[in-house]
Design a protein around this ligand. Structure first.
Ligand code: GTP
Ligand code: MG
Length: 194
């Protein structure tokens, strides 16, 4: 099953209003963590979101329409090679979405399963908690680890992030691991079904 999805548009304004007003779920994570790839895999429409080998390719608030709501693809944070000006602009976009978007229902927070969360990850998490956002933590690129390495990494990320082990969803856009569960969680968040 894939989510039927339509591209709506790209906007520089974090508060750009959408018509009709529907629940929104944002994909957040470090630059290069795999946000756009995950969006493509979830919707099973190749090339829908912009995916890059070089990080830093998503620069605006990109909006995709599902029947029950919207998915928001955003620029990644924590990319050191960006200019000050760019970093400030991306930061303002992310903060605006997290703090102020009235119809934002929740956030899918992406972390690379292989890496200890960075300072930038910790800052975003603090912002999400402060804004009272509901967060679904998702670990990406599981295909880069063996089954044994995955078990170790899952335990470590759980401990570092302070979530329960069954709250972290392990995914791979390459193999499709965890995508059925992620689609289900996103739909639930949009429709309020349990
Ligand atoms: P920004 O928009 O720059 O913040 O990046 P992003 O988070 O949208 O990452 P993107 O989807 O562009 O992916 C970055 C790189 O990681 C690309 O080379 C992808 O092919 C690769 N990648 C993404 N997801 C996976 C995955 O599940 N497995 C593997 N092996 N590679 C992945
Ligand atoms: Mg992207």
């Amino acid at each position: 099953m894939s989510l039927p999805t339509e591209f709506v548009g790209s906007y520089p304004d974090p508060l750009h209003p959408l018509d009709p007003v529907l629940p929104e779920i944002a994909l957040l994570g470090r630059s290069n963590v795999g946000k756009s790839s995950l969006l493509n895999a979830l919707t099973a429409r190749k090339g829908l979101a912009r995916v890059s080998a070089a990080p830093g390719k998503t620069e605006l608030l990109n909006v995709y329409r599902l029947p029950a709501g919207y998915l928001l693809d955003l620029p990644g944070y924590g990319y050191a090679k960006r200019s000050q000006t760019e970093r400030r602009r991306f930061r303002a976009l992310l903060e605006g979405v997290i703090r102020e978007r009235p119809s934002l229902s929740g956030v899918v927070w992406l972390l690379d399963v292989r890496h200890t969360p960075s300072t930038a990850d910790a800052e975003i998490h603090a912002l999400l908690v402060e804004a009272g956002r509901s967060v679904l933590p998702v670990l990406t690129k599981a295909d880069k680890l063996s089954a044994a390495q995955r078990r170790v990494a899952l335990r470590e990320r759980t401990r570092e992030l302070g979530f329960a082990e069954d709250e972290l969803l392990l995914t791979s856009s390459t193999t499709g691991l965890g995508l059925v569960e992620l689609r289900e969680s996103i739909l639930q968040a949009m429709t309020g079904r349990r």
